[in-house]
Write a protein of this length. Structure first.
Length: 317
């Protein structure tokens, strides 16, 4: 090593591999009450308000279910249905569905009923998951949820999970697409993973003429995520979550070939939102109002960049 600092992050040399299923957020729907006609397609947050208003339940909107139960504010049970559209440019061999209180809904996909016994959960045990099998096909797919509206029934976004990419046409219309190999550093929300909430692994081999000194550190620049885990060869992983984003590596690197893996972990921001607040990435406070169709609403998805955005530098001085 002839220079005191060796820059490792050369464009195109890092290979990316997601460590968890990808995610498609479905936050627009149509709704039907009492078996009546379907509404126009609206944001789910608007559908919730309009359903409650149509049933004369404006006075209990925004209250937690435990409060409604304590006060005895029980709405008259009424049939309600929600319809979500999944556009796909590829047939999926398998996919999953995550729905709040899944066990309370009857689910159909493209007109065929699906079992809704939860087989797992996503983030929260109340967000149950079920297997959709291969029922999502190229073209337009329709997922319908039917239940009886009660005070604790959630009208919420739902999520499709699986091995696929998601393309946002004009930042507005998500479409499931075929997943391909991605390489290089950069924001993964623009590369097929706009709503992804798992970890992404960056890996590459480097060649060193000589072993670095024990004081050597690996510095990550431009980390967009909650934290990162760094592993050198077969050594123990090191966690880093704040500036200066450096980890000691002198006792793990050796002369010759070395494998570096960096797992960048995200938050749930790009799945749970707010996704349509025009200033979502600069808010100092997030409350219920930031999810509403108010003056700050935009139909475009406002996503927080995620990934390893800059170089990885080996500091040997």
């Amino acid at each position: 090593m002839s220079n005191p600092t060796c820059t490792l992050g050369l464009a195109g040399e890092w290979q990316l591999h997601r460590l968890h299923p990808n995610l498609l957020v479905l936050d627009y729907c149509q709704y039907s009450i009492d078996g009546g006609p379907w509404s126009e397609t609206v944001p789910v947050v608007r559908a919730r308000h309009e359903i409650f208003a149509a049933l004369g339940l404006d006075q209990i909107q925004g209250f937690q279910p435990w409060y409604l139960a304590r006060e005895g504010l029980y709405p008259t049970p009424r049939p309600v249905a929600l319809r979500y559209v999944v556009d796909a440019s590829v047939d999926l061999a398998s996919a999953g569905l995550a729905v709040e209180h899944l066990e309370r809904w009857t689910v159909s996909v493209n007109g065929e009923d699906r079992r809704t016994d939860p087989t797992g959960w996503l983030w929260d045990r109340n967000l149950g998951t079920c297997d959709l099998g291969d029922c999502l096909k190229r073209g337009r797919n329709v997922i319908e949820l039917r239940s009886t509206l009660q005070q604790d029934l959630e009208i919420e976004d739902i999520f499709v999970t699986g091995s696929f990419a998601v393309v946002l046409a004009d930042g507005l219309h998500p479409t499931i697409a075929e997943e391909s190999q991605v390489s290089g550093t950069g924001d993964w929300t623009t590369r097929g993973y706009p709503f992804y909430t798992g970890a992404m692994r960056y890996s590459r081999q480097i060649e060193l003429d000589t072993a670095p000194p024990e004081s050597a550190r690996l510095k990550l620049t431009g980390v967009a995520g909650a934290c990162a885990q760094v592993r050198l060869n077969d050594g123990e992983p090191s966690w880093v979550a704040w500036e200066p984003w450096e980890v000691p590596v002198g006792d793990q690197l050796r002369a010759g070939s070395n494998l570096i893996t960096i797992d960048v972990y995200t938050s749930l921001r790009n799945a749970l939102g707010p996704l349509h607040h025009k200033d979502a990435n600069s808010l100092s406070w997030v409350g219920p109002e930031e999810f509403e169709q108010g003056e700050n609403w935009t139909d475009s998805y406002v996503l927080q960049p995620h990934g390893l955005l800059g170089d990885v530098v080996l500091l040997t001085d």
